[in-house]
Write a protein of this length. Structure first.
Length: 198
């Protein structure tokens, strides 16, 4: 059965080739993988419960890392964020943790404030845990500016600085209270946490 050249060309021209379809599907998948994680990002990170859980997780992970790695860990707090730190024995300083992005310096979203109250329990000589740590770990004459020296400490023995933290959204008035006990266990005040969820 003879066929004309024009009929064969017409059949070849109809539809898309498999290669064209695969290229389009690949581009759509790539676009979806970039867009979907960004959807809702602002609403989630601006949520006070999300921020409270992030802070709790970092405190607990510092306590666990200190215990299992045998390192003294710390956290420097400011009203607008916090910085996890590791004690560098050779230099006798607390330095930011750079080998783990989970422990990167964290800034709170705009309108958020962090307040804290350290457990003021002192030893027999009237010294606080921060004073004892400073004396034990830092050389005399070391620049230990109060603005950069950490407030929270985590020791390989499992001990930690007891603290009460208050995370506040000044715009909405929402607050979350976190409590860390001397063993590094962190809890979010369940009353406040559950009231906003209902």
């Amino acid at each position: 059965m003879p066929t004309s050249a024009s009929a064969t060309d017409a059949r070849r021209q109809s539809g898309f080739t498999l290669l064209e379809v695969l290229v389009v599907v690949t581009l759509l998948a790539l676009l979806a993988s970039l867009v979907v994680p960004m959807m809702g990002r602002d609403t989630q990170t601006d949520d006070i419960d999300f921020q409270a859980v992030q802070l709790r997780d970092r405190l607990q992970q510092l306590a666990e890392n200190s215990l299992f790695r045998g390192e003294v860990m710390a956290m420097h707090l400011s009203m607008t964020g916090f910085t996890p730190l590791r004690y560098v024995v050779e230099e006798q300083v607390f330095a930011p943790i750079t080998d783990n992005p989970f422990f990167a310096e964290q800034s709170l979203p705009q309108d958020y404030l962090l307040e804290w109250t350290l457990d003021t329990a002192s030893d027999r000589d009237g010294r606080s845990l921060a004073d004892v740590t400073r004396e034990m770990l830092l050389e005399e004459g070391t620049d230990d500016d109060e603005e950069t020296f950490p407030q929270l400490f985590f020791f390989p023995s499992g001990e930690a600085t007891a603290v009460s933290l208050l995370l506040r959204n000044s715009e909405s008035g929402e607050e979350r209270r976190l409590e860390m006990d001397p063993l590094g266990r962190v809890t979010i005040d369940e009353d406040e946490f559950s009231e906003d969820e209902s």
